[in-house]
Design a protein. Sequence first.
Length: 114
Amino acid sequence: MPYEIIEYHDIPNSIAKRILEKYIANLRGEASEIVKVTLEYLDKVEKCDYEKIENLYNELKKFGFKETTLAMILNILPRSVDELRALLVFEDRVPEEDVLKNVVEIISNTCKTE
């Protein structure tokens, strides 16, 4: 069944994984090899589960970040202001230090990693 791309969005890996899982479920496991390999890759690089990433996405969106920046932040989950600052290349301006610290704190509290 051919598909037509009607719009494009930058999304975090966890959300892409969830979309592919639903797609494969609708196909009853008959997905192409590229879809299976992509899902396998997303499973390996996922740093935080879908629900937490979705909540983080909505929370960080309030800071006015562009969609591309949000996707990068949620894929990498920076643990310091310097790491976060490096991901802001698509932004027109860098937010104040207090805002950046708040973002890092929200990330750290939501997605706890090693």
